[in-house]
Design a protein around this ligand. Structure first.
Ligand code: EPU
Length: 421
């Protein structure tokens, strides 16, 4: 198992190119199941999770060609050879559930393993399932699998989500493109990845209105066709590298970064004392010398502060002069990085969904263990500001969502390397 070694204390200087969004791509790939014609996605990130979705789609009978060194994926679901998404793949990645809506809409039947819980919370899929039922599907749970049927096709419905779910919005929006009649999704997720998926579906011939707002309306059509679509920039990768110069000091230009993708983070970084500027190619974040101020953060669905940047922001807050408070409102168990940060000298008290970060505590390098993707990124950022060497183990979590992280940070002067093992 690989690990990453970081010797802290080097200020950063340079530029980092932001890749395509993992979470957009994971929803766009299953959209290919909705048509017999090829869907070509460009600006795809090369990540373990994308490889997992590729394996899942291939197991269903899709033919997938990787072009431009894997940056473009041409996915053809001319014939669905198999309607079952097996546990072996689904257990590796919860986003596998996103094949359910498209398979059911196209084939009138699908069998998908229920994803289990995961490190950050129970993460049920009840909203995905009840939405499909509202659209006329019959569902049965047997031996850990959801058996879904809609032999006469899905029907449009009005679906009111009791709380915002990114995945349920995506799954039902895809399913509704081929349903008979109009589907209205109320209290829908407004994430940029939803807007990107809607843009791609529209390019495939779907009729979708309101993506990016709380109410999305989908008018079902008889069939969709192929398209070529460019995946949006990864706002979580962007945010992670925006926090890097804020914690380590120095200045980094994020190529392809857009203010619109990072407003909540920019507010928090500026409140903490970092500077964010627009450049012709993206955004520049700098912090030269000044002390960091504490900030209070509530994670929330977009446009709120992303839960996927909470661990990284916590690392930054350990270096602020005073106490910061973080409320995690999306996942019930997303403070797994706290004990690891404590091993580096952080002082964080967790009570329920609230973490109080007492700053500033000097950080010292230590061996630490990654528990999930974003926690790993948080530990690496903390290591940039720590005295001495930190070795982060279990970086396979990191490889699910960050492409060449060590190379990108090293190019900006960080002393960081991967240890193969
Ligand atoms: N939830 C339910 N029932 C459902 C669906 C969700 O109770 O049927 C709960 C979840 O357990 C969670 C909350 O609702 O507490 C929000 O979950 P959501 O469905 O919005 O999350 P998701 O679609 O499973 C995506 C991202 C996550 C990101 C969340 C929140 C992908 C592939 N994953 O997950 O990304 O944290 O939205 O923004 O898009 C990551 O990239 O590290 C990551 C975990």
């Amino acid at each position: 198992m690989d690990s990453i070694a970081i010797t802290g204390g080097a200020a950063l200087s340079g530029e980092i190119e932001i890749g395509g969004a993992k979470n957009a791509c994971l929803a766009l790939m299953p959209a290919a199941l909705l048509t017999a014609e090829p869907l070509t996605l460009t600006n795809c990130p090369r990540l373990a999770d994308i490889a997992t979705m590729r394996a899942l789609l291939e197991s269903l009978g899709c033919e997938i060609a990787a072009l431009r060194e894997g940056r473009a994926l041409a996915i053809a679901a001319e014939r669905i050879a198999n309607r079952t998404a097996h546990y072996d793949i689904v257990r590796k990645m919860r986003a596998s559930i996103l094949v359910l809506g498209p398979l059911l809409a196209r084939e009138g039947a699908a069998v998908v393993s229920l994803p289990g819980g995961c490190a950050i919370g129970a993460r049920p899929v009840d909203l995905h399932l009840s939405g499909l039922e509202k659209m006329g599907a019959t569902l049965a749970l047997r031996e850990g699998y959801v058996h879904a049927e809609a032999p006469g096709g899905l029907k449009g419905a009005r679906i009111e989500f009791p709380f915002v779910s990114v995945g349920a919005t995506e799954n039902l929006m895809m399913a509704a493109t081929l349903a008979k009649g109009t589907t209205t999704l109320c209290n829908a997720a407004r994430e940029p990845e939803i807007v990107d998926l809607a843009r791609c579906l529209r390019a495939m011939g779907a009729m979708i209105d309101g993506a990016g707002s709380e109410t999305i309306t989908i008018e079902g059509v008889d069939g969709l066709h192929g398209a070529t679509h460019r995946v949006i920039a990864d706002r979580i990768e962007l945010g992670t590298y925006m926090i890097a110069p804020a914690i380590a000091g120095g200045e980094v230009e994020l190529i392809g970064g857009e203010r619109a993708l990072a407003r909540a983070l920019i507010g928090a970084l500026e409140a903490a004392g970092a500077t964010v500027e627009d450049t012709p190619r993206g955004l520049r974040v700098s912090r030269n010398g000044g002390a960091l101020r504490p900030v209070h953060i509530d994670t929330a669905p977009y446009p709120g502060f992303p839960t996927d940047l909470q661990a990284q922001m916590m690392s930054l807050m350990t270096q602020a002069e005073g106490d910061s408070v973080i409320h995690e409102t999306i996942f019930e168990n997303r403070f797994m990085h706290v004990p690891e940060l404590a091993r580096m000298g952080a002082d964080v008290a967790v009570q329920g969904g609230e973490a109080r970060v007492r700053g500033r505590t000097p950080l010292r390098g230590a061996p630490v263990m990654a528990s999930d993707l974003r926690a790993s990124a948080g530990l690496i950022l903390a290591a940039l500001a720590a005295e001495g060497e930190t070795v982060v183990s279990r970086v396979y979590h990191l490889d699910r969502g960050y492409e060449r992280l060590e190379a990108k940070l090293a190019a900006c002067g960080a002393r960081i390397e991967r240890i193969r093992g």
